[in-house]
Design a protein around this ligand. Structure first.
Ligand SMILES: [Zn+2]
Length: 65
């Protein structure tokens, strides 16, 4: 029996800042602890958890630029 490739999982990340769906095509191997950038508002987001349904939970990272 073959295991399903994790890349096939339909992950969905909604930006907590601008409420847009972040394009995760740049992050095919998204994992908790990873930092992604919202392609709409540029907010840096830390991945906290990926729910079994593919819903990605994030926390805003304050880089203090
Ligand atoms: Zn955003």
């Amino acid at each position: 029996m073959f295991q399903q490739n994790f890349k096939a999982m339909n992950t969905l990340l909604v930006c907590p800042e601008c409420k847009n769906t972040v394009d995760l095509s740049k992050y095919p191997n998204i994992t908790p602890g990873m930092v992604v950038e919202c392609n709409h508002c540029g907010m840096t987001l830390l991945v906290k958890e990926i729910a079994p349904d593919g819903n990605v939970k994030t926390e805003i990272v304050d880089e203090g630029k």
